[in-house]
Ligand binder design. Sequence first.
Ligand code: SAM
Length: 272
Amino acid sequence: MTRRVRLDGANRRVRLGQHFLVDPYVVDEIVQLAQPRAGERFVEIGPGRGALTGPLLDAGAIVDAVEIDAALVRQLRQRWPAKELTVHLEDALEFDYACVAPADLRLIGNLPYYLSTPLLFRLLERPGVFRDITVMLQREVAERLCAQPGSRRYGRLTVMAALRCRAEWRLSVGPDAFRPRPKVESAVVRLIPDSDARIEAPKSFERLVRQAFSQRRKTIANALRPMASKEHIQAAGIDPSLRPEQIAVADYARLAERLRRSLGQGARTVSG
Ligand code: SAM
């Protein structure tokens, strides 16, 4: 069910992460990164007062904007009544992106901080819908997306994104670019879904990665004890004494596949 939000000004700003972009240089950089062309279809998450929406429409793009704040939706519809802009009064976490277009959709947004991690997990469930994703995030989330194995930020989000996308760090943005100023730094990341990224049982993979990073201080053998034996881990070419953050996405994929096959041969079958 869609959450409709009616709050007064200050509460609305805080609850919905309303830090509006006011730096024209940053707006321009983000639009340059996305390179909108006439007739291309974009979904914009959290259009707010339209800092990114305007330049997208100026470039001739067709925009479906998803905004949860009814007052902002009203303003956007009044400002751009054009048929090229459809504003959906909806929660981006629940929005059905495939209903805009089943594939080749371009996604853009200056995401509210509270929403970015759950939303990224949601978008990563259906990477085939998107041609590319250009998002402003809290710097720490951007670091997690772009982290390398062995680094402190490498975790579940990194692995789930790396399975399906190439993540590119494109721009660092300071608090002065927004009003009101947020307390944290931001960054723009581009995610390019990888059409070759195929995995037989994505849900099993996700369960494995979730389990591994639920105990990231332990060795991978100990962290995965409820799901995988040391022998399984070794057979997938992984040193069981490594920590979860030292293991590359391809190794997790190989282990998930091995577990799926060995369970499939046993009494239980794990699917999807
Ligand atoms: N794009 C605008 C800009 O750059 O100035 C606004 C960005 S502001 C950081 C985030 C926007 O997301 C706000 O307009 C806020 O109301 C909206 N928002 C917050 N939670 C949302 C949700 N669950 N679904 C859709 N929009 C949401």
